[in-house]
Design a protein around this ligand. Structure first.
Ligand code: FMN
Length: 198
């Protein structure tokens, strides 16, 4: 059975374009994968704490020396990674905030990037350990950046996902959402065309 993991990373609980379009994309993928199971990870509704001494201390303490509190923190990260590894298809709603991903998404990445678990270094360089996934990223942005040097958003996502082994990434853009109603409507129509083709 196909498993779809939808990750919502907008800071808004209501009306976030990245989430609304990700919902549409997941519905479309359910149609093309009948019986698919869907898991939703909502990073706004269920926030993760930033990395700090406690979290990093837990990650870098060998298992046999961890305190109960450190075991609980590692178990939280392990559960997020298991959820990711269980997915065949990942739908990532990714708004652009202040020229980057949301802090919710960055923090999620901090919790799933674990040396020896989701990536490792070999004598040939880094190797991602999250393999065999198809990733669809819905990139929602107020301005227009795709294909320009000012795009500090989707190249980062491609690099990070690729580092963890997820190299098969389809970007769906909703760009120009804050450039007036005509531009916003055109952005949404373009994104919906891409969703239909996904
Ligand atoms: C805090 C914040 C920062 C933003 N920063 C940018 C930005 O750097 N570049 C841009 O093009 N749009 C920016 N926008 C506009 C958003 O990308 C746009 O509203 C998009 O719809 C956000 O996705 P969402 O609707 O899923 O939250 C920003 C919006 C917010 C709320």
């Amino acid at each position: 059975m196909t498993t779809i993991l939808q990750i919502n990373s907008a800071a808004r609980s209501q009306g976030a374009q990245s989430t609304l379009l990700a919902n549409e994309l997941t519905a479309k993928l359910q149609q093309s994968n009948p019986g698919a199971a869907v898991t939703v990870r909502d990073l706004q509704a269920d926030p993760l704490p930033h990395l700090d001494d406690a979290v990093l201390g837990a990650f870098f303490t060998p298992a046999e020396h961890r305190s109960p509190e450190q075991n609980a923190l590692v178990a939280k990260s392990d559960a997020l990674i298991a959820e990711l590894q269980a997915a065949d298809i990942i739908v990532l709603g990714a708004p652009m905030y202040n020229f980057g991903v949301s802090s919710q998404l960055k923090t999620y990445f901090d919790w799933i990037a674990r040396a020896g678990v989701t990536f490792r270094y070999t004598e040939n360089g880094p190797e991602g350990l999250v393999k065999g996934k198809k990733v669809h990223v819905v990139a929602a942005r107020g301005g227009k950046y795709a294909g320009t040097p000012n795009d500090t958003h989707t190249p980062y996502l491609r690099n990070f996902l690729g580092f963890l082994g997820m190299g098969d990434v389809n970007f769906i853009y909703a760009e120009g959402l804050n450039m007036g109603p005509d531009a916003a409507n055109a952005a949404l129509a373009g994104a919906r065309e891409a969703i239909a083709a996904a």
